[in-house]
Design a protein around this ligand. Structure first.
Ligand code: UD1
Ligand code: MG
Length: 457
C-alpha cells in the first residue's frame, strides 16, 4: 500500500446473546475452526502494522484462539458494550498518533475476502482523498442493516441505523456491510465527536460519516459484488447458513482441482483440507481439520477423517475412522469398521475389517486380520505397538502393548500376544481345542432332561 501503514481493529466484544450459548459467539466453529480465525487470517494477509482485537472481560478464550493466527496479538478489553464507536475508541492507544489507515472489521463476519479489503484500502490512493471509506451492498431485503444515504452527486452523506430510520430512509436498499476504513489523520478527532444515542446510550461508529461531512471531509463507498460475503452471524441459523456457503465454496475449489465427489453436497471439508487430483470421494464423508489426501486415493462412504495424511493410491472405508496423526503410506487399504489413531502404516499394508490400531507403527505389505485390536492403553499409560513388514496378524488378535512383532512373523488367529515376537516366528496364544467324541449328543440329552424336569416342576 502506498499510503503507508495499516492498523486493523476487530470488534468482537458483543455478547452474542442470540446464539444462546455459553461459548463466546466468535468461537463457534465454521469449517472446523473458530469463526474469529477467518477474519484474523484475512487481516494477517494484509500485513498490518498493528492488530487490535476488541473483546469483553470474559473472553480470555477468544484471545487464545486469536493468537493461534496472530501470535503476538494484544487484546483490548472493552469493559462495557456501549456501541461500535465506543468499541473502536477503546483501542485509543493504538489509534492515537497513528497516521496510516485504520480498518475496522467485525469478528462475526468470516467470509470477507482479502480482495474486497484491498479495494477499500486502494480508495485512499485516489485523488479525491477520502477521510473514510465504507463498504456498501445492494440488498432487495435490507433487513436491519444500516442504510447508506447518498447525495445527488453520489457523495456518501450518512449511515442511518435501521432502528433510527424513518420510512423514507428504510426504502434505501444500499446497506452498510460493516467494514469501514478511516484515515488515521482524522480518526480520533471524528470518533470523539460521536455522541451516545438517546434511545440506548450506544455510540454508533456509523455516525462518523455524517460528522466527517460536516467537517468538510469526503466519504466514499465501495459497493460489494457479492453481499453474502458480509453476512454476519448472530444466530445458530446464520451459523448453519454460512457453514453451507463456505462448504460449497471449498467443494467447488476441490472439484475444479480434479477431485471427484459423487454427491458433493454430502462431503464436508475443513478450512485446511488438502486434496490432490484424481481423488474419488463417495457420498457422506467428513474431512476434519489437518487432513491431507494425495493423488488417486479413494474414500468410501461414511468415513470420518481428522488429522490424517493419506498417501497416493490408498483406499479408505466405507465406515472407517482415521484420527489425528494417522499416516497411510502409498497403496494402504483400510476397510470397513476400522479405527486408526496416531499410527503409521507402511506401503500396501492392509487393515480390511473391524480393527482398532492405535499408537502403532506397521511396516510394508503387512496384513492385519479382521478384528485385530492393539491394546494400547492399560488404564494409566498409552503404549506403542511396533509391527514389521510382511507380517500376518490372524483374525481376532489382541496385541497387548508395549509390543514388537518382527518382519515376516505370523500370529495365529484369536491370539492374545503379551510379549515380543521375533522376526519370522509363528506365535499362537490361545486355549487348545478339546474334542469329545459324541459329546454333543450327550450334552443334548442332558439339556433336554433338565428342561423337562423344569417343565414338570
Ligand atoms: C452494525 C452497523 C450497521 C451495519 C451492520 C452490518 C453500527 C452502529 N451498525 O450493526 O450499520 O449494517 O453492523 O452487519 O455499527 N461490538 C463491540 N462492542 C460494542 C458493540 C458491538 O465489540 O459495544 C461488536 C460486536 O461484537 C460485533 C460488531 O461490533 O462484532 C457489530 O456489532 P453489532 O451489534 O452486531 O452491530 P449491528 O447491529 O449488526
Ligand atoms: Mg451484527
Amino acid at each position: 500500500m502506498s499510503n503507508g501503514s495499516l492498523l486493523t481493529i476487530i470488534l468482537a466484544a458483543g455478547k452474542g446473546t442470540r446464539m444462546r450459548s455459553s461459548l463466546p459467539k466468535v468461537l463457534h466453529p465454521i469449517g472446523g475452526r473458530p469463526m474469529i480465525q477467518y477474519v484474523l487470517e484475512t487481516t494477517a494477509s494484509l500485513q498490518p502494522e498493528g492488530v487490535a482485537l476488541i473483546v469483553n472481560a470474559s473472553q480470555e478464550s477468544v484471545v487464545l484462539s486469536a493468537r493461534e493466527i496472530i501470535p503476538g496479538l494484544i487484546p483490548v478489553i472493552q469493559e462495557q458494550q456501549l456501541g461500535t464507536a465506543h468499541a473502536v475508541l477503546s483501542a485509543r492507544s493504538f489509534i492515537e498518533n497513528f497516521k496510516g489507515i485504520i480498518l475496522v472489521l467485525f469478528g462475526d463476519t468470516p467470509l470477507v475476502r482479502q480482495e474486497t479489503l484491498l479495494e477499500i484500502l486502494n480508495r485512499f490512493n485516489s485523488p479525491s482523498r477520502p477521510a473514510a471509506v465504507i463498504l456498501g451492498m445492494q440488498l432487495d431485503d435490507p433487513k436491519m442493516y444500516g442504510r447508506i444515504v447518498t447525495s445527488q452527486d453520489n457523495q456518501v452523506e450518512a449511515i442511518i441505523e435501521h432502528k433510527e430510520a424513518n420510512e423514507e430512509i428504510r426504502k434505501i436498499k444500499l446497506c452498510n456491510a460493516g467494514v469501514m476504513a478511516l484515515d488515521g489523520n482524522y480518526a480520533i478527532k471524528l470518533l470523539e465527536k460521536i455522541t451516545p444515542q438517546v434511545s440506548n446510550q450506544e455510540r454508533y461508529l456509523t455516525d462518523i460519516v455524517a460528522i466527517a461531512r460536516t467537517e468538510g471531509l469526503k466519504v466514499e463507498v465501495v459497493v460489494a459484488q457479492d453481499p453474502s460475503e458480509f453476512e454476519g452471524i448472530n444466530t445458530r441459523q446464520d451459523l448453519a447458513e454460512i457453514e453451507a456457503k463456505i462448504q460449497k465454496r471449498w467443494r467447488n475449489i476441490a472439484l475444479e482441482k480434479g477431485v471427484t465427489m459423487i454427491a458433493p453436497e454430502t462431503v464436508y471439508l475443513s478450512h485446511d483440507t488438502q486434496i490432490s487430483s484424481d481423488v474419488i470421494i463417495h457420498p457422506y464423508v467428513n474431512l476434519g481439520p489437518k487432513t491431507v489426501i494425495e493423488e488417486n486415493v479413494t474414500i468410501r462412504s461414511f468415513t470420518d477423517i481428522e488429522g490424517a495424511h493419506i498417501k497416493k493410491g490408498a483406499t479408505v472405508g466405507p465406515f472407517a475412522r482415521l484420527r489425528p496423526k494417522t499416516i497411510l503410506e502409498e497403496g494402504v487399504k483400510i476397510g470397513n469398521f476400522v479405527e486408526i489413531k496416531n499410527s503409521t502404516l507402511g506401503i500396501k499394508t492392509k487393515v480390511n475389517h473391524l480393527s482398532y490400531i492405535g499408537d502403532a507403527v506397521i511396516g510394508e505389505k503387512t496384513n492385519i486380520g479382521a478384528g485385530t485390536i492393539t491394546c494400547n492403553y492399560d488404564g494409566f499409560n498409552k503404549w506403542k505397538t511396533n509391527i514389521g513388514s510382511y507380517v500376518s496378524i490372524g483374525a481376532n488378535s489382541s496385541l497387548v502393548a508395549p509390543l514388537k512383532i518382527g518382519d515376516y512373523a505370523y500370529i495365529g488367529a484369536g491370539s492374545t500376544i503379551t510379549k515380543d515376537v521375533a522376526s519370522k516366528s509363528l506365535a499362537v496364544a490361545r486355549a487348545q481345542v478339546k474334542e469329545i467324541e459324541k459329546g454333543a449328543v450327550a450334552l443334548q440329552k442332558r439339556k433336554s432332561t433338565q428342561t423337562h424336569e423344569k417343565d414338570i416342576a
